[in-house]
Write a protein that binds this ligand. Structure first.
Ligand SMILES: Nc1nc2c(ncn2[C@@H]2O[C@H](COP(=O)(O)OP(=O)(O)O)[C@@H](O)[C@H]2O)c(=O)[nH]1
Ligand SMILES: [Mg+2]
Length: 394
């Protein structure tokens, strides 16, 4: 499917920048337009692939291009004040050629954390196409303010978008690596997973049409209904059959019927085991997959390595594991030397990380309430004291 991607803040901009690179490398054609929005000029300059005219600096009057620090309330304010500048950039893209918006943002900082939900609300009001969010949660070692920002932004973001796809930096941290080097790998993982998923609905004219190809509406239907989504992924290297794969099977060049049966069984087994690995391995947001509302299974690879039986078995297995009545599945033929299973789990309910974040948000709210309560009590005491003092007069 074709997306208009808007990277909000530093992480958001960098990830959208990587999506453009991915599109270039793989010819997947999912990025119809790419925009970066930031209050920090240096972050916009640091991008490689997003066109200069699509880099929007907001909040200049307030922070003079220096960013908002990790102040996400200020981030939300400057986004609201300068929403017209963002809209001007969006006006330049042919939205009639776009299937959905994808707003990408790190949720622990200031600009993206505060601004992404503001933009989502704005776009929802103006456009009828879906507005999705890709929210990146901070590592727990980043510190309290990042967690608190994420807790607050998450609640707002999930409410404003049609679906919030989540990637949790915390479960993807690699030890013994510099943070920057670590982010590069993490960002590559993000674009690969979401790239295959969104790319599935974008089979070009020249490409082979698969037996049961996934299309954009299946992705949109899986994401409809809202909530939080996570993505599982597993792949296995295979040899590209340069001799034209299918043809040699029809002509019987590669042996007899017994071999073909063996091939078919291997293909089916490879697919079902990849589906299990993808669902039970590391998800972009770790969670219990049981209780998932809707799911989409995408099997990508050279078409001679894909078959309907494997995908159907994988789909059935996912239905059992998730308890969902709405599991879609299909293929995404690509001439890459690997078979990959990407699984979109939409409307997940049992997510420990989110429960902890909600707790943080509640505690922060309680603290604010406590402080207010305290000041109210102080006020009352003052008034009572006044009354005490006043009493003798009467
Ligand atoms: N995955 C990923 N996360 C990042 C990257 N850069 C920053 N982050 C995360 O995003 C959060 C927000 O940082 P940043 O995007 O710089 O904040 P902002 O510019 O104020 O929106 C941080 O707390 C990190 O958890 C990146 O390149 N990749
Ligand atoms: Mg930053």
């Amino acid at each position: 499917m074709k997306l208009a991607m808007i990277g909000f803040g530093q992480a958001g901009g960098k990830i959208v920048d990587r999506f453009l690179d991915y599109d270039d490398r793989t010819g997947s054609g999912i990025v119809r337009a790419a925009i970066a929005v930031n209050s920090a000029k240096a972050d916009l300059i640091g991008l490689d692939n997003i066109p200069q005219e699509n880099r929007v600096l907001i909040g200049q009057a307030r922070v003079k291009g220096h960013g908002v620090g990790a102040d996400n309330e200020l981030g939300a304010e400057v986004a609201e004040e300068d929403i017209d500048e963002v809209q001007n950039a969006i006006d330049q893209i042919p939205t009639h050629e776009v299937d959905a918006f994808l707003i990408v943002s790190g949720m622990g900082g200031g600009t993206g954390s505060g601004g992404a939900p503001v933009l989502a609300k704005h776009l929802k009001r103006i456009y009828t196409i879906p507005v999705y969010g890709l929210g990146v949660l901070p590592g727990t070692d980043e510190g309290g303010i990042y967690t608190l920002n994420a807790a607050r932004s998450f609640q707002t973001f999930v409410r404003e978008v049609d679906n919030l796809l989540v990637f949790d930096n915390d479960s993807w941290r690699q030890t013994g690596e510099s943070v920057e080097g670590g982010y590069e790998q993490i960002n590559e993982e993000i674009v690969r997973r979401f790239g295959i998923l969104f790319g599935a609905g974008e089979v070009g004219d020249g490409q082979e049409v698969a037996e049961s190809v996934v299309d954009s509406s299946e992705i949109i239907n899986t994401l409809s209904g809202g909530g939080v989504s996570t993505v599982g992924f597993a792949s296995e290297e295979v040899e590209l059959n340069s001799g034209g794969g299918l043809l040699s099977r029809f002509t019987g060049d590669d042996g007899g019927g017994a071999d073909d049966d063996l091939d078919a069984a291997n293909t089916t087994n490879r697919i079902t085991s990849l589906v299990r690995k993808a669902a039970l391995g590391r998800l972009t947001l770790p969670c219990e997959i049981e209780g998932t509302e809707r799911a989409l299974l995408v099997l990508s690879g050279p078409s001679e390595y894909l078959n309907r039986k494997g995908i159907e078995r994988g789909r059935k297995w996912l239905e059992e594991e998730t308890g969902s009545m709405e599991v879609r599945g299909g293929d995404f033929p690509r001439e890459e030397p690997e078979v990959a299973a990407a699984i979109l789990l939409s409307g997940v309910t049992n997510v420990p990380r989110i429960k902890r974040l909600q707790q943080v948000a509640i505690e922060a709210q309680d603290n604010i309430d406590d402080i207010q309560q305290e000041s109210e009590e102080n006020l009352e005491e003052l008034v009572e004291d006044d009354e005490d003092e006043l009493e003798p007069l009467f």
